[in-house]
Write a protein of this length. Structure first.
Lengths: 287, 287, 287, 287, 287, 287
């Protein structure tokens, strides 16, 4: 159950309208790696957690904090759209107007009347497919690490696309929290290991003896880029402690198989010996 | 530039048709974390890499290998759909037939005529939005780690949904390669750090002095789950070496702001003093 | 800014697992008219509101309440998926198992490991396109009325698809709140009118003299269903007080226009006189 | 069954090409609240109606009329794209050309060769998910009211984004029909009530005694915006005649529940006592 | 402009409800190759045609006919859903009920209340991206040929999935019209050629001397399937009359290029010489 | 199984960055008719082919070649984005900068850090729904013909949107291969006929005597465009050799049917005689 208060965690104040930056700011609101994604991802992971205690409680705390970040970016975009002109008042042909017109997301005026929405910087709607809550915290916490990295990367880029001091401060705040949250997930991964809950290869519980060992530590070379085998992933001890990495050229160990002819009632293209008389078969099938 | 050979990296042989498992197997072909995703993600990361050498070459190698895994799962699904009956031949009302009918993905017969397609286990088409190639290898390699974890998790679950020895062998192969690939990405992350190319917080190049330090190491509690502050993420030294984690209740430091009234030509709901005479304003705007 | 507490507004307790009902319950979680939609719609309408005071405050209150309903349905689906068997333990061919297998959403096990997600009953992800915050409260409150009606309709139907007393109680709670919320939006519409903020036709501020009056009160008959003109919408005074409804057969008042030929560099199909020499034109355009 | 005539219901004539307005006009053709949506929504509601007579006949009439509006806007966009230059003939670097280039929807030339398509102003394709035909006319007619309001709002905004007298006339026509159609649906809602077919709360047929009465007339405050309880929705008689509105702070009446551990074959994160020996359990499950 | 009459072009009468077949029938209503697609594709091609006369008129005729087929399939699905039970009345655990429940599309009851919608057999909504109107009739008529082939193929498969004589008659009608329409588009392609409007390679107007001749008639072998070069596409005169087909192994004629380092403000991974001092560069960029 | 080499089939070299053209070039990479589509379509058709030999081998060859074209266009877009400025260095208000900013796809910098992705020119992600592999080669080869025509049309249009000689050469190469591939599919269609594998109407195996002959050769006129019946599709012998084309006005041969009332537990709008007492029925249903 949630409660809400109107004052935000950090101040949000654009000093001047800027529809072009409003369009770009949508990316970290409703884009694949935006605040909608992390808020919903952490909440669903928390709700679905079948392990009570610190991990679940932590997920609920951070998911709830991120909901507030959604609110802050919405407010920022709203301010950037203040008096966003649907059209320049007295000069409709000059390049300034045209260019300003072209910089806008047209839906910001036509659809939303000067407001934000859960879509990305090209207007593509946020999708529930952006989030994952797999039930396995180790797999999901690694996703959360990259989410905070992708997020910090994007706001760092946005930092260079505005001169508005209020927007720069808001971005600094978001960059700082993404810094904290990267460390949070990395620490939580270590804690999961220390608590004996899972380990690499994830999921650890699947029995290793079911694997085909010859494929477990071999880097397979399928391209002609020779430097590929120079990395740690192809040399030295593998991190699971089971042996050394090695490398090999890709090779076919399986058989090139032909598929069986299809059911005649599906009217696909079958071998001629099958096709001959297909009409009869189909007719028979009809009776 | 690619070349293809018909024999696969590992043998693919279903011992008997099983349309219900064919439907489920689609998840790791065309689902968010399926083989289409990892193949395309690694290739796009490799193509877009602005750093020549081992990382780029390695991405091309593994992306190309994964394309072959797409082929293998397609072949497996095709075999599982052999003679998939559009309808039971002589008993259309019994529960067996009905249930078999219900277990199928209807598009496997109606649309594909007994073949696989790049869609997930509910028939949702694969999306280019599933992949990320951010230009930052550190952020992307963490995504690749979780991709291999989510992938191994899903095939481990599928392992328990079939009794077909050929399918179980194919799944064992996939599980093994996911094991290797998890280690590969974890090793590549360590190598990126060792090579001085990036570090936590990602991107490292964004100047830390631009951050608001008071938010950089604080776990913020926004839920009433008390165990949330018991984890490593709220206690002890933070992994970036910059100080200790601490925790605090969420609090509002910003101001609850009211938005400015909108442009009358957008016909939104504005304060009454603004609305009074809005018709006149709008009329004026028309002339 | 939000805070969260773990105890829900109303109790959630499934008495037994039921994967088939879990699949159906997803509709009112992540479907077009589900709780994700109303929570996000009301919050975005509130955040974007350019009129401070009771309407905006009310939107924030109800949006926050609905977030808690998202949490409740997620919890319910999780319980319904307790021990959802990936496959029957010892009988993989019998119709009971097969049918149970067919009733499941395969992603509930393969992807989520026994958890809910923001998708509908067919597994289609929730979309940001489901919500509207137009900036005009009158238009949006009418959308909110129908959202609560479609929602109450769907949970009323779900009421007949389960025998679980805990689930029936949760549905009763949701039905009751939808009842309240229908009345809430209808009252808010009346208040908007009483406050002089807008009226039919929405938006009232667009000057009526710009309309073509002859089309403003005429029901146009374009089908041969004769009863269409028997309703109130074709007879008696129109609700805007501007005159009586009337009806007329649809008729063409405009001209059937031909389009101009296209630019030759677009290589579309143009009239022959244009096409003759198109190769030359294209060649000219190339130099 | 439909028939078509080439002359339109109202004249369509753009006086000059304007690719930037063509892009914006797409919103009311293929956007969520555009003509494709209302045409298809009314037709599907009519086709699916299980009540013969005036309501069904009216739906078919208006749906058919709206199909003609789709045609009119397509024609308008086509005219606005006449000779839409793929690139300025002799000045490829000046800001005018660049800006004109930036104002265009690139698919209007590259994909359509100077034609309209069922996509919105950002190029997002129209979706069948935009329409609802629930089988309950009362719920659907409320959706239709808001559809006409959102539609009139959008074309009113577009009215200020063009100076073309032909386009302004077409927009005036659309605004006028949306005025009529708002009144049509409001009248139809009153008629449904008068005919005793349904009423608030929709659906009326679900027995009120199944509801939890204490939640049926209470406005629940979950935010700190104090004005929220000043509206009619929290004071005075509720519109269903069953009593007075009241308000209350949100409170938890349910229990914070922990989920049961998951099936070991799903490899989720379970409590340690469950996890210890999980490998063994999984192994057992394999045999 | 359209008009509608209630009687259909061909009779629609299901003899008994069949929710499982209703689910499957959705494929040819709202699937990629269903009636929604051909109706809209032909109408948009006709509306956008910049060549007046027989082709444009023909497109409007067939598009309008197909709209009526949409109506017919909607009606059929509605009948198949008559009394579709949300749940069996008195036996909720038996396999028959469960299996029937599993065969249904859950949205047919929960969302639509027993009605059809523009979605496919897995419930995926119809998309405006399914249709193409390129402005080039030759390219589009070839798309129309395949649309009628894919359509006839799907209804032929559906023919074997029902025993209902009314549904079989409706399918026979659809199969027959698809037969006619295949011939119609093939004839129209011949007529376009005879009228000198376009030819292979489409678009003919692009000057052949701009092509690289050595690639214009060569089948390129990139796989080890040796039979690939046995077909007509690799031997004998090419259909454009410009010479003989030949075949060659795929070979690299271009250079393996390295990309330039990225702008430091994008924080991508650049060569170490670039990265060294990146922090300084980024800082400089900030001032 | 695939292998990769870094040198491309044809050289890729942009002479100067051009973010506006980079945005447009995305259309033939990740758009509906782009290289992702043809590569994946041909590979899936090849993998799913149930007829071994030349057709299957040919599909694998061309699909593999097209994968290399994906790589080439990605490389081209990357080069066009070299040093794509997130914002002009010293002039943030002038129209040049603004216009350049407006011409960009914002995700090229914010999300990808200067790289390509599998999305179209409006940023819409590539979809698995773009490809079809029906199992029937005749139907699919006709789709492949149009794919190469739509593709050649789009790159021909792009040819006029850039002055970069390297990009023009790359486009010439693509245009040439599309020329070859159009001929390849047309030849393959002839070969399928010559081999007796299928013919018009596709699928040939569905027995013609099941059709309703009176509809098989009649062009049906549903619009008032009189020229529609002047084409070959309405006159002379039909291409299947079964008789002459004829034409007729569309007419209703079926009955206008009313639907049965719905199940009361679905709470739809039913006839009044049904509705009267619906509350009681619903109540009964509850007990």
């Amino acid at each position: 159950m949630f409660t809400h208060q109107k004052a935000p965690q950090f101040d949000v104040k654009a000093h001047a309208p800027d529809p072009a930056f409003a369009r770009r700011f949508q990316e970290v609101l409703g884009g694949k790696w935006g605040e909608m994604t992390v808020a919903m991802q952490y909440l669903y992971q928390g709700w679905n957690a079948r392990l009570p205690g610190k991990y679940r409680d932590m997920l609920m705390a951070i998911g709830t904090e991120e909901l507030g970040h959604v609110e802050m970016i919405v407010t920022a975009i709203d301010q950037l759209l203040d008096k966003a002109p649907p059209m320049a008042p007295d000069d409709t042909t000059g390049s300034t107007q045209s260019s300003e017109f072209g910089l806008q997301n047209p839906q910001h005026t036509i659809v939303n009347g000067g407001g934000a929405y859960p879509h990305d910087s090209n207007g593509i709607p946020w999708s529930g497919a952006y989030i994952t809550a797999s039930g396995n915290l180790m797999a999901d916490f690694h996703l959360n690490v990259t989410a905070e990295m992708q997020g910090r990367l994007q706001v760092s880029r946005l930092f260079h696309m505005t001169d508005d001091p209020g927007m720069k401060d808001l971005i600094r705040f978001l960059i700082t929290r993404d810094h904290m949250h990267q460390m949070q997930w990395l620490s939580a991964i270590e804690e999961l290991k220390a608590d004996g809950l899972d380990n690499v290869p994830v999921p650890e519980a699947f029995p290793l003896e079911e694997e085909f060992g010859e494929f477990a530590r071999t880097f397979i070379q399928a391209s002609d880029g020779e430097a590929a085998t120079e990395g740690r992933w192809a040399n030295g001890p593998a991190p699971d402690g089971g042996g050394d990495f090695r490398s090999a050229l890709i090779q076919a160990t399986g058989e090139a198989r032909e598929l069986a002819p299809g059911d005649p009632r599906l009217y696909g293209t079958n071998p001629l010996t099958e096709t001959k008389g297909l009409v009869d078969k189909a007719k028979d099938a009809l009776s």
